[in-house]
Design a binder for this molecule. Structure first.
Ligand code: 5RP
Length: 220
């Protein structure tokens, strides 16, 4: 947790007065949001868009001013966590099930900073769990289509119930043994009827703040 805290807090320093900021989801982004809340109490003047209902709740509790996509079509910076980061900054996200909102918010951000501890660093994405958000209707058919692409899958559950995202969809946790070209896999998943979005974030991250035993290391 200490490494996550260091990364989350360090990245929050990149937020400047007047910025429009995307707030990520998860236990590392949590530390960024708490730090932003602390700075807002000290007078930092920003507006933010949260990437999940959980983050929205936290931001409101901390008094961080929120905005919406109508008033704010672009963001200066989004800070978010990730489940896996490769040396060329390709990401897997969605461990917390917020991947669709996270991708939407990242897609309108001039800059995406990722905050992780060093357990999230991988050489490649082969064999790692890639969350895929699917519509509940005919999800089994969608799962079969994912199998045809070469992926194994499990339907995500929480407390014995099917996990339902903030957007009322399901998550298939997929594994592809060989992910040679993440962009190609992301494209093929996206083209699969029934898939809403995948947790592959290709060429989206600008920088990564990595919490390590020796402090925070930046990678870009
Ligand atoms: C949520 C995410 C999270 O950012 C990702 O799962 C990392 O979470 P954590 O910082 O708790 O390890 O993508 O959908």
């Amino acid at each position: 947790m200490e490494k996550k805290r260091m990364a989350g807090e360090e990245a929050a320093k990149r937020i400047q007065p007047g910025m429009k900021v995307g707030l990520g989801t998860g236990s590392t982004a949590y530390y960024t949001i708490v730090e932003v809340g602390r700075r807002v109490k000290e007078g930092l003047d920003i507006v933010a868009i949260p990437t999940s209902r959980e983050t929205e709740r936290l931001a409101r509790e901390l008094g961080i001013p929120l905005t919406d996509f109508r008033t704010c079509p672009r963001l200066d910076l989004t800070i978010d966590g990730a489940d896996a980061v490769t040396p060329d900054l390709q990401l897997i996200k969605g461990g917390g099930g917020a991947l669709l909102r996270e991708k939407l918010v990242a897609s309108i951000s001039d800059e995406l900073i990722i905050v992780v501890d060093d357990s999230k660093l991988y050489d490649h994405l082969s064999g790692l769990a890639i969350p895929v958000e699917v519509v509940p209707f005919a999800w089994e058919t969608t799962a079969r289509r994912i199998e045809a692409l070469g992926g194994r899958w499990t339907l995500r559950e929480r407390d014995g119930e099917v996990f339902v995202t903030d957007n009322h969809n399901y998550i298939l946790d997929t594994v592809f043994d060989e992910v040679v070209d993440p962009a190609d896999l992301a494209r093929r998943l996206k083209l699969t009827t029934g898939v809403v979005e995948s947790g592959l974030f290709v060429d989206m991250a600008n920088e990564v703040a990595i919490g390590t035993d020796d402090g925070v290391i930046w990678r870009k």
